[in-house]
Design a protein around this ligand. Structure first.
Ligand SMILES: [Zn+2]
Length: 102
C-alpha cells in the first residue's frame, strides 16, 4: 500500500526533468538545434524509463518518428483542418504527420 506513492514521486521527478529538458531545448534551438534534439531524446528516455506520458503540450513539440525538436515555421508545418476538427503537424525533416483533435 505504501509503494505506489514512491512510484508517483519518482514519476513527478521525471516529469519535472522532462519539462526542464524541453525548456532547454527551446532556449538553445536557435544556436544549437542539434542540442535541442539531444534534449528531446533524453526526455524521451526518461519518459520510457519511468513510464511517464508526455502531456499534450509537450507532444506537439517534437517529432515522434525522427525525434527532432519542433519549432513552428522552422522544421514543422502546422495546419488546421476544419473538416476533421484537428490540427495537423508535418515534420519537415522526415515528413511524418501527426494529428491532434481540438
Ligand atoms: Zn520527423
Amino acid at each position: 500500500m505504501v509503494k505506489p506513492q514512491t512510484k508517483n514521486k519518482m514519476q513527478d521527478v521525471a516529469k519535472e526533468r522532462i519539462a526542464k529538458l524541453f525548456e532547454l531545448a527551446r532556449k538553445e534551438f536557435d544556436k544549437y538545434p542539434e542540442r535541442s534534439n539531444k534534449y528531446v531524446k533524453q526526455a524521451r528516455d526518461i519518459a520510457t524509463r519511468y513510464n511517464v506520458r508526455f502531456p499534450k503540450s509537450l507532444k506537439i513539440q517534437f517529432c515522434k518518428k525522427c525525434g527532432v525538436f519542433w519549432v513552428q515555421g522552422k522544421n514543422v508545418t502546422v495546419r488546421t483542418n476544419k473538416k476533421t476538427k484537428s490540427v495537423e503537424y508535418e515534420c519537415k525533416e522526415c515528413k511524418a504527420k501527426k494529428r491532434f483533435g481540438y
